[in-house]
Design a protein around this ligand. Structure first.
Ligand code: HEC
Ligand code: HEC
Ligand code: HEC
Ligand code: HEC
Length: 194
């Protein structure tokens, strides 16, 4: 009787451990088998608006070193954000140059002026400020001349777009970061995440 319970427990423990162990590999294997994910910025704007915006050359990725110049507090807080470490998972692996992974683990991969590779564009590694707000060159111009916000494709004046941005990376397959989307989103309103 006791032996039976014991054996059942051991078996369950083994199955559980194996599931946890292989879980991520399974997600990666599934991702590799699926068609490539659409570029987040493109899926947020739609093809036509995306082509217009990027084709205009008004929207170029500048890298978060630039953001630090004026948003120092924000920047320091964001350094503790996991998004700023998203490349760690793939950087030294066989997937480090795989477009299927870079689209969600780097900034602006697949977009003109966005991340290309660690060798060519290390300053755009990880999911940086512009990974959520979109390319920053237009904002930089407005902020420098008029000393105000605005000029983003996915700025705080467009929460609908910002929300879609989150969800285009946090797809049904990659859904373990939060259980409640609204409170996860609202945390980003504060300069320093707690
Ligand atoms: C659609 C966006 C997306 C794609 C494509 C994607 N990832 Fe991720 N990845 C995420 C998110 C989001 C997380 C954070 C965990 C979560 O929310 O489930 C993550 C987490 C991870 C982790 C950490 C393990 C974990 O479960 O937290 C690894 C390793 C990883 N990804 C590897 C890869 C590899 C390798 C590829 C390419 C085959 C890839 N990812 C493609 C979005 C993506
Ligand atoms: C994971 C996505 C994400 C990243 C990465 C991110 N932000 Fe944001 N940011 C948001 C969201 C969401 C809001 C809140 C939008 C709203 O008000 O609905 C926000 C708000 C802001 C605001 C307005 C804050 C206020 O109090 O009005 C500023 C400024 C800002 N972000 C700058 C930055 C800078 C600078 C970086 C990089 C250091 C950055 N963000 C990185 C998602 C992000
Ligand atoms: C020349 C100074 C300057 C630089 C550089 C700068 N910003 Fe700003 N930014 C401002 C000012 C001023 C505001 C308006 C006041 C505020 O919200 O802090 C602002 C507001 C914002 C907002 C909220 C309003 C909106 O349009 O959504 C976000 C998000 C933001 N900045 C992100 C960034 C990012 C990302 C970078 C780097 C690509 C950056 N900023 C670089 C000065 C700057
Ligand atoms: C370009 C793709 C991308 C976008 C856009 C994005 N994420 Fe993430 N997110 C990731 C990846 C990849 C990770 C895993 C990073 C890690 O664990 O190092 C992650 C991790 C997270 C985490 C867990 C880490 C933590 O800080 O606890 C939360 C919560 C999260 N994202 C919420 C959001 C929200 C809310 C938005 C929109 C405002 C958003 N994400 C936009 C790719 C993205």
């Amino acid at each position: 009787m006791y032996l039976q319970t014991f054996l059942v427990r051991i078996t369950l423990l083994f199955v559980y451990t194996a599931a946890v162990w292989c879980g991520d590999d399974q997600r990666i294997a599934d991702e590799l088998k699926s068609p490539p994910v659409e570029i987040p910025l493109k899926s947020v704007l739609g093809e036509a608006a995306y082509n217009d915006a990027i084709g205009s050359n008004e929207y170029r990725y500048v890298g978060n070193d630039k953001c630090r110049l004026c948003h120092r507090d924000f920047f320091v807080g964001r350094k503790q954000d996991h998004h700023d470490h998203a490349m760690d998972y793939i950087k030294e692996s066989e997937y480090s140059n795989n477009p299927k992974c870079l689209v969600c683990h780097a900034t602006g991969y697949g977009v003109k002026t966005g991340f290309v590779s660690m060798a060519q564009t290390p300053r755009l590694a990880n999911v940086q400020c512009e990974g959520c707000h979109g390319p920053g060159s237009n904002h930089l111009k407005i902020a420098a001349i008029e000393k105000k916000g605005g000029g983003f494709l996915s700025g705080t004046d467009r929460p609908d777009r910002l929300k879609k941005m989150c969800k285009s990376c946090h797809t049904a397959r990659w859904d373990r970061s939060y259980t409640d989307f609204e409170s996860a989103y609202n945390k980003y309103k504060k300069a320093v995440p707690k």
